[in-house]
Design a binder for this molecule. Structure first.
Ligand code: CO
Length: 158
């Protein structure tokens, strides 16, 4: 069911500072930077193997990420696995008994569909399942895919 790690999302208090840190020490090149006004955060990403690392930072105090920072400090926010077919995952029943942060499938960026397993169901880990669009031309690697990390305001309460 879990094919590969699509991305690991790191929660940081200051995006500029975090980007500078990764540039300085690891020489990474950031591919995308996107601001989600609705949910009050900003995300920047760089490639790591065939996946990517996302840096997430709140841009206003009422963002769910500001609450998460307050509660737990910076660190790993979630791990995202690519799955073959999200609907199939649910249909097969393997996921039954797991708590999800919202309705199961939400819309991610670029036509992807995502779902978040609540950390209370998975020993403290917020796990994202990503079903990438099948009609994407070429191995675009999902880099710079700054998805709306939707639906996880409730996941900060673990
Ligand atoms: Co994510």
């Amino acid at each position: 069911m879990l094919r590969r790690i699509d991305h690991i999302a790191l929660l940081v208090p200051d995006l500029e500072q975090a980007m500078a840190l990764y540039r300085e020490h690891f020489g990474v090149t950031f591919n995308g930077r996107e601001r989600n006004e609705e949910q009050g955060f900003e995300v920047a990403s760089f490639a790591a193997g065939d996946g990517h690392i996302e840096l997430l930072a709140p841009v206003r105090p009422d963002s769910f990420l500001a609450a998460a920072l307050q509660k737990r400090g910076p660190g790993i926010h979630h791990i995202a696995f690519e799955v073959e077919d999200l609907d199939e995952c649910f249909a097969e029943g393997d996921l039954s008994g797991l708590r999800f942060t919202r309705d199961r499938a939400q819309r991610g960026t670029g036509g992807s569909r995502i779902a978040f397993v609540h950390p209370k169901s998975l020993l403290g880990v917020l796990l994202e399942l990503v079903d990438l669009p099948k009609n994407t031309p070429g191995p675009e690697g999902a880099v710079g895919q700054a998805e709306a990390e939707g639906g996880n305001e409730d996941a900060t309460a673990r």
